[in-house]
Design a protein around this ligand. Structure first.
Ligand SMILES: Cc1cc2nc3c(=O)[nH]c(=O)nc-3n(C[C@H](O)[C@H](O)[C@H](O)COP(=O)(O)OP(=O)(O)OC[C@H]3O[C@@H](n4cnc5c(N)ncnc54)[C@H](O)[C@@H]3O)c2cc1C
Length: 523
């Protein structure tokens, strides 16, 4: 079955929605089909808490924001890209305000600018601690009004249709009916977000299985910097809490990390203590857990701020923790580090274009050069907004030259429904556990080699049965998860130094060769 459209956008987070919105305004006659794997709201964007970084106060400057970003990126940022994205920030924030986002204000009526690790100034615009939810909901509302945008939820992209470094669309599973469509498009945009599900502990929702990166890799795009997976230091630790992040803004407002006996420990790791960059805080917690054998540490805001302050500044965290009988106005919060943000991805220009013709990648799946070896907090929503717009402007100018190129229908072969769901579950668990243990916050050559052996075995196994089982989302995700895991492992092995968030105790210093890691199929 075929569907024809001008533009296929895969993903409905901040980047996909910003693109749809801008492109629709620039070129209202272009037909856009936007698909999302689950309900549209289910994406990393929705869960973002801290906010969006932008120079806003008089004491701040673009140069300071650029400098903070370059310092975090540890030598691997593309300075031109950093400058372009950061100088566009106030403009895109104003657009959000015009659309109806009510960023939190202080008692004087000015925007309440938050401060997060690595930022030298207060510059995080936020809607309390529910920024992502507010932004996502407003963008969805706007996009739903557009007559030339058709949104399909629970449609899972299986693979791109790409030959000879040219992409003509994608095969997509409609999970509501089980039908597989060949969607033919003049341009295909992957806005598929991150890949946190690769790790046992993650702040990301279930949709984040690295599908876009894996699909682009199979299509021949260049993948860069995958060894730089950022771990967030503070994810709620509770047996029933799935992936709930405790925003960094809490540390910005004075919360202190303590071991389970109540002793502070950050002073021994970094002069900025709790406000040190994320990788350092994550490593410090990891080291404390390894030293003490405990399974979590504590984050204490209750001892330093009044209940009113806590409830008004962090209503999302308060409400969520109370569900688990943790009253953050009285008790410290049990936390562990968790996989959070994919700094690498598909190598793109700022407008999303890749080495595969008619294939664009934006948002967390892309590697534009903004983040380098480590992302500065709250720069990623900004990147999604700016790159969505840049991609729209580029497509509005160039799309008329693209031609629709039909391809054959999906060939089901002899695939049968899986009678062995246990195989998929086992593979999922295995990947996520060894990625956590061997390719996590602290790495060694030996552990990386062990991980490589295991992922090769699993990839063989998955490739053997992939075509035997009837396509379902779990299987599609597993194959992508395994591919992205391999990309991370191979990239980590090839980086013979510790830089940014890639920390290998066999190479505690930086090498003099400062360059990104790039991979292209076949490995
Ligand atoms: C808990 C949390 C807090 C965060 N806080 C902040 C913050 O304060 N500030 C900040 O700047 N960043 C923050 N981030 C990071 C930021 O939220 C993400 O980087 C950003 O939202 C990514 O946007 P995106 O558009 O690239 O992807 P997403 O918002 O993740 O959207 C991905 C979309 O792709 C779709 N998709 C994926 N695979 C497929 C497929 N195979 N078929 C069809 N659709 C598919 C999904 O359904 C989804 O619609 C946070 C992230 C998390 C998880």
């Amino acid at each position: 079955m075929k569907i024809k459209t001008d533009i296929l956008i895969i993903g409905g987070g901040i980047s996909g929605l910003s693109l749809a919105l801008k492109l629709s305004h620039l070129a209202p006659d272009i037909q856009i089909l936007l698909i999302t794997k689950e309900e549209i709201k289910e994406c990393n964007t929705f869960y973002a808490q801290g906010g969006i970084a932008s120079v806003w106060s008089k004491s701040d400057s673009f140069q300071k924001h650029i400098q903070d970003t370059l310092i975090a990126g540890d030598g691997l940022c593309n300075e031109d890209v950093v400058r372009l994205i950061i100088t566009k920030a106030p403009e895109v924030i104003k657009e959000l305000i015009e659309m109806g986002i009510k960023f939190t204000k202080n008692a004087d009526g000015d925007y309440d600018l938050g401060k997060e690790g690595g930022h030298s100034e207060r510059r995080i615009l936020h809607v309390n601690d529910l920024t992502g939810q507010n932004v996502e909901e407003v963008l969805i509302k706007q996009v739903r009004k557009l007559p030339n945008v058709d949104i399909k939820e629970h449609w899972c992209a299986i693979n791109l249709y790409a030959t000879n470094f040219r992409c003509d669309g994608a095969y997509v599973l409609d999970q509501n009916t089980g039908d597989i469509y060949g969607i033919v498009a003049k341009a295909t945009i992957l806005a598929t977000g991150g890949a946190g599900k690769i790790y046992l502990y993650t702040t990301n929702p279930d949709v984040a299985s690295g599908d876009g990166i894996a699909m682009a890799y199979r299509a021949g795009a260049i993948i860069a910097n995958m060894e730089f997976y950022q771990f967030h230091p503070t994810c709620l630790y509770h047996p029933y809490a799935k992936s709930f992040l405790i925003t960094e803004a809490i540390r910005g407002e004075g919360a202190i990390l303590k071991d389970i006996n109540g002793s502070e420990f950050m002073e021994g790791y970094h002069p900025l203590k709790e406000l040190a960059p994320r990788d350092i805080v994550s490593r410090a917690i990891d080291a404390e857990l390894k030293r003490t054998g405990d399974d979590h540490v504590l984050l204490d805001i209750a001892s330093y701020k009044s209940p009113n302050f806590i409830k008004s500044h962090f209503p999302g965290v308060y409400e969520n923790c109370i569900k688990f009988n943790i009253d953050i106005t009285k008790d410290p919060i049990p936390v562990v580090p968790a996989a959070h943000y994919c700094c690498g991805g598909v190598l793109t220009k700022i407008n999303g274009s890749t080495k595969v013709k008619n294939l664009y990648v934006i948002g967390e799946s892309a590697c534009t050069g903004l983040h380098g070896a480590n992302r500065l907090a709250s720069n990623s929503l900004l990147e999604g907004l700016v790159c969505g717009r840049e991609c729209a402007e580029f497509l509005a100018k160039t799309l008329k030259d693209n031609k629709i190129n039909e391809f054959e229908d999906w060939e089901p072969g002899h695939a049968v429904p899986s009678t062995e769901a246990v195989v998929l579950t086992q593979n999922w668990d295995e990947i996520r556990r060894f990625m956590w243990n061997y390719v996590g916050i602290v790495r060694t050559d030996k552990r990386l080699q062990r991980a490589k052996k295991r992922i090769n075995l699993l990839l063989d196994e998955i490739n053997q049965y992939y075509w035997d089982f009837k396509i379902e989302k779990n299987l599609v995700e597993l194959r992508n998860l395994a591919t992205v895991a391999k990309l991370i492992i191979v990239s980590a092995i090839s980086r013979k130094e510790s830089r940014g968030i890639h920390y290998n105790i066999d190479y505690l210093t930086k090498s003099s060769m400062i360059r990104p890691t790039t991979l292209r199929r076949p490995w």
